[in-house]
Ligand binder design. Structure first.
Ligand SMILES: N[C@@H](CCC(=O)N[C@@H](CS)C(=O)NCC(=O)O)C(=O)O
Length: 266
């Protein structure tokens, strides 16, 4: 089992508690060279600092890296934006600690301040919000776009071609909400600020799934960019953030994970 230490600024959480560039859905292409810092300065925890909490997460197929999990991506991106230190521990089912199974149903991501699981949190939204408290605009952005991930998941999981059109409309309706929100805010990010906030971490990590998995499984699916110009710009911007790039999991892991979900195995 590999224990990866995230290179993030330490202010241990315990105290407070790849590649989207292909943009096959019509989001204009970006490249690694277009990444922006989004003011996240990462550094390794110094030896004097207490051990940061462990983030248990779904492993990649080889058991070593980070697997397909938009929830872990969300929590990690929020911790990266807020420079929270943590140790990343991809954990196969067989290696889950007993407290994780007993007290959290084995759900990951799970952030554990201490080894026996005391004080552990196993809900991505909570892990993310403690690390990066939402602005009022974040809260509004998340509530207004709350159907986004559900619509994406239903659409990608669906294997009945005759239901695809209706499910795609559900995705478009959710994207329309993001578009409207960006228009109302007029800011680069859904946080209502110049830098990404909690809502950006939530929404970007779901858009990643849409831009990679949807076109893989649905040949005819395309985002009508002309209808969503702000979303297109937004996706380019947020996908280029260091915090997004540093925390994303490989596309092939995503495709594998959703293939399993489509065959009823998730
Ligand atoms: N609502 C939870 C959902 C988390 C979830 O579904 N996690 C999946 C991985 S993506 C999981 O724990 N699967 C069990 C496993 O991988 O062993 C959250 O947001 O944290």
């Amino acid at each position: 089992m590999v224990l990866l230490v995230a290179l993030l600024t330490a202010d241990a959480f315990s105290r407070a508690l790849a590649d989207p560039q292909r943009s096959t859905l019509g989001f204009s292409a970006i490249s690694a060279s277009s990444r922006t810092s989004c003011r996240t300065s990462a550094r390794a925890a110094s030896p004097e600092e207490e051990m940061p909490p462990v983030l248990y997460c779904k492993p990649s197929r080889d058991g070593e890296g980070v697997g397909d999990c938009p929830f872990t991506h969300y929590a990690r991106m929020a911790m990266e934006v807020s420079n929270q230190a943590y140790q990343l521990k991809p954990t196969p089912k067989a290696d889950k600690p007993q407290w994780l199974l007993d007290d959290h149903g084995g759900s990951m991501p799970c952030l554990a301040p201490v080894a026996d699981g005391t004080g552990a949190v196993s809900e991505s939204a909570k892990i993310a919000a403690v690390a990066l408290p939402p602005t009022p605009e974040d809260e509004k952005s998340m509530s207004e776009t709350s159907t986004l991930f559900g619509s994406i998941a239903k659409f990608i999981k669906n294997t009945d071609p005759s239901a695809d059109e209706e499910l795609a409309q559900g995705v478009y309706a959710a994207l329309e909400k993001v578009e409207s929100r960006l228009e109302v805010l007029g800011t680069p990010y859904l946080s209502g600020k110049e830098d990404p906030g909690l809502s950006d971490c939530s929404i970007a990590t779901k858009l990643y799934v849409l831009t990679v998995a949807a076109p893989h499984f649905k040949d005819s699916f395309e985002i009508p960019i002309a209808k969503f110009p702000r979303l297109d710009e937004y996706a380019k911007r947020v996908f280029a953030c260091d915090a997004f790039l540093k925390t994303k999991y490989p596309e092939d892991e995503m495709i594998f994970g959703w293939s399993q979900a489509r065959s009823g195995g998730h």
